[in-house]
Design a protein around this ligand. Structure first.
Ligand code: EPU
Length: 442
C-alpha cells in the first residue's frame, strides 16, 4: 500500500499539462471490441482504471501493446464473453462491455456493478435500453451475474428516464452495429460522450447528435480501425485550478479544456479566482485576494459536475462566509467531509427540502439509504492543519491532496491507489509546481 506525505503551505507555481481523459479512454478501449482492425490511440493516460480495462480486454482475447506513449489495441481472437468478478469489483465501468459484446458476439456475462463507494449506482437504465434493442438479460441473484444474449440487436427509439453518462455510451456502443436506426432521447450531453462519438465515427460509425439531448445512430455492418487522440481531462484541469487558488499560487495549464468548463469558470471567478486565457489551449489560474462563499448545485453537463464538488468544498473552507453544496447526481458523495473536518474544516450536513425528490435527483430516490445527506454547509475561512487521512474514492482522494497542500505541517494520506485510478503520477506533476509531496510504501 502506498501513501502520500505532504507538507503543505507552499504556493504552487509553474506549468502543468493535462493528461488524456479517463472517462473517454476506458470507453474507447472498449470500442476495440467492435472491429477486427487496429486502434492506434494517443494521449491515453497511464492510470490504473485504463490498466484494468486493458487487462479485461486481454482476458477476452484482445491484443494490447504499448509502444512508448502510443497504445495499439487489436481484437483478433475474442473467445470469452465473461467479466470476472474480481475485474468487476475493481472497475465498475467494465459492465459497459455489455454494449459491444452483445452488438458483435450476441452474448455477455457481467457481474452486477451495483454497490459502490459513491452510492448504489445501478445500471437499470442501460439494461432496459439493451432489452428494448432485442437482448435477453437475466439477473441471477445467487451468483450476482447478469446473463445477456441476443440473436441480433435492432435500432429503437429509447428515452432515458434520467440522465446517465455511461448508459448513453453503452447504448451507443451497442447500436453502432445494430440493424437500423437508434434514437437516444434524453441522452447525456457530457463532452466525453462526444469524444467517444468522434472516435467511433472515424471507425466508420454513422452517429450524430441531432440536438443537445438526442443522439441518432444508423447501424452499419462493419467498423474499421483508426488512429485517434483522446481529449485532455477537464477534471484534471479543475483539480489544478483549485490547487493553484487554494495555495495562493499561479498555475498555467496546457492543453486547457476551458471551452467546456463554462460553469466552473464562472463560479471560480465569482469566488475570487482569476482565469487568464493565454491562447486557445493555455489557461492561467490564480486568485485575486480573499475568496468568497458560493452555493453550488451539482448537475449533468453543462452544469457544475458532481466530480468537482469535493475539490470545490476544500476551496470553500478558505472563503469568507457560508458556502453550500447540494449533490444531486449521486446519493453519497461526501465521504471526504469527515476527513477534512479532521483538518479543522467547519462543515455540517443538511437536507435540502425538495418537494418531489424522486423527479429532482439524478439517482433513483428509492435506492437511497436512510441517513445519507444531499447537502453540506461550509463555514470559512478556516486555517486547515495537518492530519492523517484516508480515502475511499477517486475525487475524494484528489480533494484530500488539495487540502493537505493548503495545510501547513506534514499530512499523511492513505489509500492513494484511488488517486492512481484517475490521475497519472500526480505527485511528480505537483512536485514540478513546487509542492512538497512524496509517495511512500507503507
Ligand atoms: N443511475 C441509475 N441507473 C442507471 C444509471 C445511472 O440509477 O442505470 C444513477 C447513478 O447511480 C447516479 C446517477 O444515475 O446516481 C448518474 O449516473 P451516470 O450513469 O450519469 O454516472 P456514471 O455514468 O456511472 C459517469 C462518470 C463519473 C461521473 C458521472 C457524472 C465514467 C466512468 N464515470 O458515471 O465519473 O461522475 O458520469 O458525469 O464515465 C469519476 O470520474 O470519478 C466519476 C465518478
Amino acid at each position: 500500500m502506498d501513501a502520500f506525505v505532504i507538507t503543505g503551505g507552499k504556493k504552487l507555481k509553474g506549468d502543468i499539462s493535462l493528461g488524456g481523459a479517463k472517462n473517454v479512454a476506458i470507453k474507447i478501449c472498449l470500442a476495440s471490441l467492435l472491429t477486427d482492425d487496429e486502434l492506434i490511440l494517443h494521449n491515453v493516460p497511464r492510470i490504473s482504471d485504463v490498466t484494468i480495462m486493458l487487462e479485461l480486454l486481454k482476458h477476452l482475447g484482445v491484443s494490447v501493446l504499448w509502444q512508448e506513449d502510443i497504445l495499439r489495441i487489436q481484437n483478433g481472437n475474442v473467445k470469452k464473453f465473461h467479466v470476472p468478478l474480481e475485474v468487476g469489483a475493481r472497475l465498475r465501468t467494465s459492465s459497459m462491455v455489455l454494449g459491444p459484446l452483445l452488438a458483435r458476439y450476441g452474448q455477455a456475462i457481467i457481474p452486477n456493478p451495483g454497490g459502490c463507494r459513491i452510492g448504489a449506482r445501478p445500471i437499470d437504465r442501460h439494461i432496459e435500453g439493451l432489452r428494448q434493442m432485442g437482448a435477453t438479460i437475466n439477473y441471477n441473484s445467487s451468483d450476482g451475474y447478469f446473463y445477456a444474449k441476443t440473436d441480433g440487436l435492432s435500432g429503437i427509439t429509447y428515452t432515458f428516464p434520467k440522465n446517465t453518462h455511461t448508459g448513453t455510451e453503452t447504448l451507443i456502443l451497442a447500436s453502432v452495429l445494430a440493424k437500423g436506426r437508434t434514437i437516444l432521447k434524453n441522452a447525456a450531453e457530457e463532452v466525453e460522450v462526444d469524444d467517444l462519438i468522434a472516435c467511433l465515427s472515424q471507425m466508420g460509425a454513422n452517429i450524430k447528435r441531432s440536438n443537445p439531448r438526442e443522439i441518432t445512430i444508423d447501424g452499419v455492418s462493419i467498423l474499421g480501425g483508426t488512429e485517434y487522440s483522446i481529449m485532455p481531462d477537464r477534471n484534471e484541469e479543475v483539480t489544478f485550478a483549485i490547487a493553484s487558488a487554494i495555495t495562493n499560487g499561479h498555475v498555467t495549464v496546457y492543453k486547457s479544456q476551458r471551452n467546456v468548463l463554462g460553469v466552473f469558470l464562472d463560479t471560480f471567478r465569482k469566488a475570487g479566482g482569476v482565469v487568464d486565457a493565454v491562447d486557445d489551449h493555455t489557461t492561467i489560474y490564480a486568485r485575486s485576494g480573499q475568496l468568497h462563499a458560493t452555493d453550488i448545485v451539482t448537475a449533468s453537463y453543462p452544469g457544475f459536475m458532481t466530480d468537482w464538488q469535493a475539490p470545490w468544498a476544500v476551496l470553500m473552507t478558505q472563503a469568507v462566509g457560508v458556502s453550500t453544496i447540494h449533490e444531486t447526481v449521486f446519493e453519497s458523495r461526501f465521504s471526504y467531509v469527515q476527513e477534512i473536518k479532521k483538518m479543522g474544516a467547519e462543515i455540517e450536513y443538511f437536507d435540502p427540502n425538495i418537494p418531489e425528490p424522486e423527479n429532482f435527483y439524478n439517482f433513483n430516490w428509492k435506492d437511497r439509504i436512510q441517513g445519507y445527506h444531499q447537502g453540506i454547509r461550509i463555514k470559512g475561512p478556516t486555517k486547515l492543519h495537518n492530519a492523517i487521512l484516508e480515502m475511499d474514492d477517486l475525487r475524494a482522494g484528489a480533494t484530500l491532496v488539495l487540502a493537505a497542500l493548503a495545510a501547513p505541517g506534514e499530512s499523511y494520506i492513505h489509500g492513494i491507489e484511488q488517486i492512481d485510478r484517475g490521475y497519472e503520477k500526480i505527485e511528480q506533476r505537483l512536485q514540478k509546481l513546487g509542492a512538497d509531496i512524496t509517495r511512500i510504501h507503507t
